[in-house]
Design a protein around this ligand. Structure first.
Ligand code: CTP
Length: 228
């Protein structure tokens, strides 16, 4: 008696999206204008293609529309770091679209539940660097895992900086896009790959770009799985 072939395991994609909010005190934060749209569009597109999609979503207005997307929320860089550590081992493809803060207020833990008061003198806020989550997680990658970062850049610095990030963050692809992409419905991106090739995409909506990017990730994800 012949048995049916075992089902092909679903490709598991982990996507991060949105800004981080780094607390100043219990009611204030430092954040950025990231809408989370790009990451939500990617998660929807992956789910539509039958992939198992998990979205780590910051405090952003956007939400995925496909109910098959599993969503976990974060607020700070440190929250996201914890979620990445939990999820990364069970992931085939990681896409870091989140706009993670590079600096956070260095505050006295007493202020976590308190509030800065108004005084007539200047107030200086000390900032400390956050860990580079993508560079950190890429050091624990296993064979077959595909890593993709984003690079938000002033136009004149895009190529050099995206290529430097490919190396520095230990990823396979970097989606370079100009600063105007943040909080916009559209994206004008160039995809940079390890080895130096670059593929410009026409300016398009973030939904359309999600499909464009998935068309390029799919063959890379299957060959990464086969060779691992
Ligand atoms: N990133 C990260 N952890 C951080 C900052 C950024 O994992 N603390 C990730 C982003 O999710 C993105 C990539 O790194 O995938 C590039 O982010 P970007 O803000 O363009 O670059 P930075 O690393 O912040 O470097 P720079 O400030 O020099 O542009």
């Amino acid at each position: 008696m012949s048995h049916p072939p075992p089902p092909t395991p679903l490709t598991r994609i982990l996507i991060t999206a949105g800004p981080t909010h780094e607390p100043i005190d219990s009611v204030r934060f430092i954040g950025n204008r990231s809408s989370g749209r790009m990451g939500c569009a990617l998660a929807d597109e992956a789910a539509r293609r039958g992939w198992s999609a998990t979205l780590l979503l910051g405090p952003a207005p956007a939400l995925p529309t496909d109910s098959r997307v599993r969503v976990r929320r974060f607020r700070t860089c440190e929250d996201l770091r914890g979620l990445l550590r939990e999820e990364f081992g069970n992931t085939d493809v990681l896409v870091m679209a989140a706009a993670v803060a590079d600096y956070r207020p260095k505050i006295d833990p007493a202020m976590w539940n308190g509030k800065f008061r108004r005084h007539s003198t200047n107030l200086t806020l000390e900032l400390e660097p956050t860990p580079d989550l993508l560079a950190e997680i890429s050091t624990s990658r296993k064979p077959g895992q595909l890593l993709i970062g984003f690079a938000l850049e002033p136009r004149g610095e895009l190529v050099a900086s995206a290529l430097a990030k490919l190396d520095r963050k230990g990823v396979d692809l970097v989606v370079g896009n100009p600063l105007e992409t943040m909080d916009s419905p559209d994206i004008e991106a160039t995809l940079f790959a390890k080895g130096g090739t670059s593929t410009p995409a026409p300016k398009m909506s973030k939904d359309a770009f999600a499909a464009w990017l998935m068309d390029r990730i799919v063959p890379m994800a299957s060959s990464a799985k086969v060779s691992s």
